[in-house]
Ligand binder design. Structure first.
Ligand code: PEP
Ligand code: MG
Length: 566
């Protein structure tokens, strides 16, 4: 039996057949001069392109017929693009000018995508479809599998290097039963998606590339292991997982066994997430990632558009807390109107709150739009700034909030300097929310998107837990007569791990914000421990030698995790 170790990012135990995601198509080269000069090359290439366009469109239409909702729409739009006359004419011109067939398609798609992008709005969003179609046309011509999630008549475990955001549009959880990637980290897009869909998932599974297509494997998303030759033990574990009772629906009151309240809030990226979060019983929104409303846009969204986007979230939580994070542009979330894509080191660059110095006005206008949306709804709206590193930045943000008429501003603690100096950083504001995804990458100096650093990029790292403890202590020290308490929440992915959630509560964290799917499991585990037990488990984790020991020690003390298959 052979076992491959990775990082478990979404729990669940399952046996299934592997299907591999085809690798991306590389930029093609021109064929030799002799082939290009051969008689009839252009005519033959044009005919092959037309035929490939038809075949790709037919394949996509067939898949659209089997997909639902947004997935079906994406596939239908891409099918139209495969036979788009502008794309084919532009490629035809390049062929006539002496280019080879594949480079002609490649460059034509680039030209058409750039033109669509320059038109903005809906047309700009179609640019990604053109580039997707380009890869499909070339795969068709080469006779290799099209990039993206494979088709299969039966459910399968998806094996990939990593998933791009575009792949996720067509990921159907009825088809894909688990995810294993050889790259990606615990904070990667794949991990966040898997948790949102409730799919067992393992990232950074080095060696998974060698698993043969079609073999049966066993995936344990909590342990982070893939067994390529499942035996009776794995079959029993998978059967037990499949037969587990349904998790109790979250009743909307996060609490420990002895009644210590821990509000469980949701992380959302817009109105549709907020609808799902409210339905899942979220006690409010702990993180509205406003940049998700405007990703890929090259112009600042207007006032009315912003008011509508924020209002779509507020309307779902009347009388409840909704924490709006101001635009967190940069690194993994580029916003062309705020960030410089050519920075050599974007994670350490002008991102988050730092963009407000170089692009003055955007933040003030966003705060004004948030205030206008808040005035039109009943939600208790709070704002917080991402990537605050110093007390001066916290003071500057609080001043901007005061101008916008937004009371009780907060800061995200994601940079170690803010955790170490929490007392002075929190004094100018009313609350803090710890972004463990970034806090981990900056504490360990490990890019959160890099698979080779996934083991470092683990929020169970005792150094990260120590910084959380320091933040809570700093928040207590920052208390004064006007505001004795500056609550500290966590809104990074750490809050969605039921075992780590217990540790966070034991460290003094006041509320937890997570993907809506994690609310029920986190609530179920939290209800089984008293606050004093959480404090002891937190001490165990902080004192542990490393993340694996911390995780193992805490999990061993929480048998409920195994009972619930978490
Ligand atoms: C974080 O860094 O933990 C966080 C919540 O923000 P994001 O993942 O959007 O950077
Ligand atoms: Mg962050």
């Amino acid at each position: 039996m052979s076992t491959i170790h990775g990082i478990g990012v979404s729990p669940g135990r399952i046996i299934g057949q592997v299907r591999r995601m085809a690798d991306p198509i590389d930029a093609p080269q021109d064929p030799g001069a002799q082939e290009l000069a051969s008689p009839g090359y252009v005519e033959e290439a044009t005919a092959r392109l037309t035929e490939a366009g038809r075949a790709v469109a037919a394949g996509l239409r067939a898949r659209a017929g089997q997909a639902h909702g947004a997935g079906a729409e994406v596939l239908s739009a891409t099918a139209l693009m495969a036979t788009d006359s502008m794309l084919h004419k532009t490629a035809g011109k390049a062929l006539a000018a002496g280019r080879g067939l594949e480079p002609a398609i490649w460059e034509a798609a680039e030209t058409v995508a750039a033109m669509l992008t320059s038109l903005g709005g809906y047309m700009a969003e179609r640019a990604a479809d053109v580039l997707d179609v380009r890869s499909r046309l070339i795969a068709e011509l080469r006779g290799v599998p099209a990039p993206g999630i494979p088709d299969s008549g039966s459910p399968f475990i998806l094996l990939a290097r990593d998933l791009a955001p575009a792949d996720t549009a067509t990921l159907d959880p009825a088809q894909v039963t688990a995810l294993v990637t050889s790259e990606g980290g615990p904070q990667s897009h794949t991990a966040i998606l898997a948790r949102a869909l409730g799919l067992p998932a393992i990232v950074a599974a080095v060696g998974a590339e060698s698993i043969v297509e079609g073999t049966d494997i066993y995936v344990d998303g909590a342990a982070g292991t893939v067994c390529t030759c499942p035996g009776t033990e794995e079959q029993a574990a998978a059967l037990a997982f499949a037969a587990r009772g349904p998790l109790e629906v979250f009743n909307g009151h996060g609490t420990t066994a002895d009644g210590h309240p821990v509000p469980l809030l949701a992380n959302v990226g817009g109105g549709s997430d907020a609808v799902a979060a409210a339905a899942a019983g979220a006690e409010g929104v702990g993180l509205l990632r406003t940049e998700f409303c405007f990703l890929g846009r090259d112009a600042e969204p207007g006032h009315d558009e912003q008011v509508a986007a924020y209002g779509a979230v507020f309307v779902e939580f009347p009388g409840r807390k909704v924490v709006v994070r101001t635009l967190d542009a940069g690194a993994d979330k580029p916003l062309p109107f705020l960030t410089d894509a050519t920075e050599p080191n974007p994670a350490l660059g002008v991102r988050g709150f730092r963009t407000s110095a170089g692009t003055p006005g955007v933040l003030a206008r966003q705060l004004a739009a948030i205030a206008a949306a808040a005035a039109a709804h009943q939600a208790q709206v709070k704002v917080m700034a991402p990537m605050i590193s110093t007390a001066q930045e916290a003071t500057d943000f609080a001043a901007l909030c005061a101008v916008a008429g937004l009371p009780d501003p907060g800061v995200m603690v994601e940079v170690p300097s803010a955790a170490v100096r929490a007392a002075s950083v929190l004094r100018p504001v009313a609350f803090a929310s710890i972004g463990t995804n970034d806090l981990t990458q900056y504490t360990l100096a490990a890019d959160r998107q890099l698979a080779p650093l996934a083991a470092l990029n683990d929020p169970w790292q005792p150094a990260v837990l120590e910084l959380i403890r320091l933040t809570v202590a700093g928040a207590e020290a920052a208390g004064d007569s006007s505001a004795p308490l500056r609550p500290v929440g966590v809104c990074g992915e750490a809050a969605a791990d039921p075992a780590l959630a217990v540790v966070l509560v034991g460290l003094g964290v006041a509320s937890l914000s997570m993907t809506a799917r994690a609310l029920a499991p986190v609530a179920a585990v939290l209800r089984t421990v008293t606050h004093a037990q959480a404090v002891s488990l937190a001490a165990l984790a902080v004192e542990a030698e490393g993340p694996a020991q911390a995780r193992a020690a805490v999990r061993a003390a929480l048998p409920v995790l195994d009972e619930l298959g978490l």
